[in-house]
Design a protein around this ligand. Structure first.
Ligand code: TNX
Length: 487
């Protein structure tokens, strides 16, 4: 019987070549050109092969010997895009080719998923030829670290899981009513006074500038960019608790550890508000090497439309002045937007026309439909954690949906990508988080990466079953959805 091939997300093209498989031996070495950006990656590949093989694998920086090698190479003859790659495995050698180091990272995780342990402890890679590139350039996961704080070491585990499924954007919801999680140099009281709280009186915490830079670097090596979200002009109780000047009375608000939404707000007519937005977004932009900063904009239930538009415009202007592009939750589509602004769609219960209008005006849509991609929704009524306001999301629900036709009147080429989201009102730690993410994150990742004609539920079901040993090896908690025959 041929070795099982179970790559997620499904590659654009994968063929078995019929050659003998590659066998990982004592003599296997990784070969790469000695460029700084390839050296780090070569070390990562060697480490990975060494870890699955239980022995150390060496790296060499010049072509020598044509056998027992895993070769990393930058080439041009590939489908367009930074993330396209080719993987050719056969007896004696594996070639990983891409246009950029980011593309090689995608090839490396595919290789990792192709390794099978055959009887006798032999590790092999079936002889295949894969040519692959993503459908969407934005394949994200949003994590709410405000309702419950998650230490940076846990976020690194999340980044590892994301990279394994070729997701490339970690969106961090860093601020909300319950806590402020990022140190902002110009407003030090935000973390000094508002970081120690979480939902239900659970412990809080925050990321220092160094923690954040370290996380960004950890993601960069794995092809994952960080998009920070500072949620305004609602969801701001942590800010108004730290700075009373942001409230009409001048008095700070009390801490909040419940899970209601929509009650807190900034005020456009207070003198401190403009400076707050300018300084905070300038600081956050300066900490962010990526192109995007998220301004929130969701669920402001106690504000007139014109004041909301004024505050969204002020936050957006601050982000743009700092050289970044703006992302906001779908409510910002009701305000005038600059072309290139990313509108993150989540609430499917509303009129689609404002999104169609925003797209006509040059906005891009990021698809996070709550009923498919909100991975804090319960799988079914028996799920211990999670909420239910957008319904239950079983694995198949997270898999079978089509981003390009989701919003009536929004053309396919206005869709920049797909993002899963996990809100943490009921999730207090990494184990809770991965129970909600796995296996559903793998499903959303395939929606984001694979062409629609390459997606097939029955086929996905059998591939996702093969992921369980990997999650177990990493000691990640996951949910045994009854829709899959787990091994
Ligand atoms: C809606 S979606 C929210 C969050 C909640 C989430 C719970 C969005 C932009 N806002 O504030 O945490 O539902 O599922």
């Amino acid at each position: 019987m041929p070795d099982v091939i179970a790559v997620i997300p499904q590659p654009a093209a994968l063929e078995r070549t019929g050659d003998a498989p590659f066998v990982l031996t004592e003599a296997t070495t990784v070969v790469a050109e000695g460029r700084p950006d390839l050296i780090g990656l070569a070390v990562l590949v060697a480490d990975l092969l060494g870890r699955v093989g239980g022995r150390s694998v060496e790296v060499r920086y010049a072509e020598s010997g044509a056998s027992d090698i895993v070769r990393l190479r930058l080439v041009e003859n590939l489908p367009p895009g930074d993330e396209a790659y080719r993987l050719i495995a056969r007896n004696g050698r594996i070639d990983l080719e891409a246009r950029t180091p980011a593309g090689l990272v995608r090839a490396v995780v595919t290789l990792r998923q192709l390794i099978v342990s055959a009887p006798g402890g032999v590790l092999r890679v079936p002889a295949v030829r894969i040519e692959d590139s993503p459908r969407y350039e934005w394949r994200g996961l949003s994590v709410d670290v405000a309702r419950h704080y998650l230490p940076a070491r846990d976020l690194k585990v999340v980044i590892g899981v994301m990279a394994h499924y070729k997701l490339n954007v970690l969106h961090l919801h860093l601020t909300d009513d319950q806590g402020w999680r990022l140190h902002v140099p110009s407003r030090p009281l935000l973390t000094r006074l508002s970081s120690s709280t979480s939902v239900d009186g659970d412990p809080g915490g925050f990321y220092s500038a160094e923690d954040f830079a370290d996380l960004v670097a950890y993601g960069a090596v794995r092809g994952v960019r960080v998009v920070p979200e500072i949620d305004v002009p609602g969801h701001v109780n942590a800010a108004t608790h730290a700075y009373g000047e942001l409230t009409p009375s001048g008095e700070p608000t009390d801490t909040y550890t419940g899970i209601e939404v929509g009650f807190s707000r900034l005020h456009a007519d207070l003198p401190a508000t403009g400076a707050f937005l300018t300084d905070v977004f300038a600081d956050v932009a300066a900490m962010t090497p990526g192109d995007y900063v998220h301004i929130g904009g969701d669920e402001v239930l106690t504000m007139a439309a014109d004041e909301y538009a004024t505050l969204v415009a002020a936050a957006s202007a601050a982000v743009r002045a700092a050289g970044k592009k703006v992302v906001g939750w779908q409510e910002i589509a009701h305000t005038p937007l600059e072309p290139g602004t990313v509108v993150q769609y989540w609430d499917t219960r509303v009129d689609p026309e404002p999104f169609a209008a925003a797209a006509r005006a040059g906005a891009l849509l990021l698809m996070s439909p709550a009923s498919k991609a909100y991975l804090d929704m319960k799988y079914d009524a028996s799920t211990e954690l999670g909420l239910e306001w957008a319904g239950h999301i079983e694995l198949r629900d997270a898999y079978e949906w089509e981003p390009s036709t989701l919003i009536e009147g929004v053309p396919a080429d206005s869709v920049i990508g797909v993002e899963a989201a996990v809100w943490t009102e009921t999730i207090r730690d990494l184990s809770g988080l991965t129970q909600m993410l796995l296996p559903r994150l793998a499903a959303v990742a395939e929606v984001a990466w694979s062409a629609p004609e390459r997606r097939d539920w029955e086929d996905f079901r059998t591939r996702v079953a093969q992921q369980a040993p990997f999650w177990d090896r990493l000691e990640l908690a996951w949910t045994a959805s009854p829709q899959v025959d787990w091994p």
